[in-house]
Design a protein around this ligand. Structure first.
Ligand SMILES: *Cc1c(COP(=O)(O)O)cnc(C)c1O
Length: 219
């Protein structure tokens, strides 16, 4: 049962850590079941799917976007989400800032940090993030709220720990370096397989899908 899995995770999650339920590829009924069990933050990774679900589900759900976002899809996503966790390029950041300017909004975002060697992973390297944040005042319609990161896809716990240490120490370094960015305080690390480890390294949000909803049919 979805509600049992939710309760089990919540019982182990420190109180200050936000649970983001990753509902991508799962049907409306599954999301409603989690909603009825009290869950309010959900995340999607595809614009079309998000837009459709937003229209069918209760309006007090807080939606996050966690997938690769193409700039021609911004208007399907930005009006509906309270956080874009997956800002992975300068091009996308510029486009979000422009959208915010046009629509008179300040868009809360996380910068996605690319670590590890897997070529398919999107994101910024550390140097890019430093450069962006040194110029943060240029992005008047974006609110920099923190970092999102993923550990390497491996079962080797030591390697996962090493990845989280790297993300987490970089996050702490940024918080010290940019005290004027007062909203830069969210560290989104940890998924179904590794969230208990992410907690050890200061996660402020975990993004959990299959451990709540079961396996996805996304092939
Ligand atoms: C799908 C996804 C998750 C959730 O993955 P699970 O292993 O099902 O918990 C978390 N973060 C991102 C960015 C994702 O795309």
């Amino acid at each position: 049962m979805i509600s049992d899995k939710l309760q089990d995770i919540l019982s182990k999650l420190p109180q200050q850590v936000k649970l983001v339920a990753v509902s991508k590829f799962h049907p409306i009924e599954a999301i409603l079941e989690a909603y009825q069990a009290g869950q309010r933050i959900f995340a999607e990774s595809r614009p079309q799917e998000l837009a459709k679900k937003v229209g069918l589900l209760p309006s007090d759900i807080e939606w996050h976007f966690i997938g690769h976002l193409q700039t021609n899809k911004l208007k399907m996503v930005l009006p509906y989400v309270s956080l874009v966790q997956s800002v992975d390029s300068r091009h996308l950041l510029d486009a979000i800032n422009d959208w915010g300017k046009t629509n008179n909004k300040i868009v809360p975002i996380l910068l996605e940090l690319h670590i590890g060697v897997e070529e398919t992973k999107q994101g910024f390297v550390e140097e890019d993030i430093l450069e962006l944040l040194f110029n943060a005042e240029r992005f008047k319609n974006v609110r920099f709220c923190g970092l999102m990161g993923m550990a390497s896809n491996t079962d080797v716990e030591q390697d996962i720990r090493a990845d989280f240490i790297r993300i987490s120490s970089f996050f702490d370094y940024l918080c010290d370096l940019f005290p004027e960015l007062s909203d830069f305080n969210q560290l989104s690390i940890g998924m179904s397989s590794d969230w208990p480890i992410a907690i050890d390294y200061g996660a402020t949000m975990v993004r959990i899908g299959s451990a709540i909803f079961g396996e996805r049919n996304n092939q």
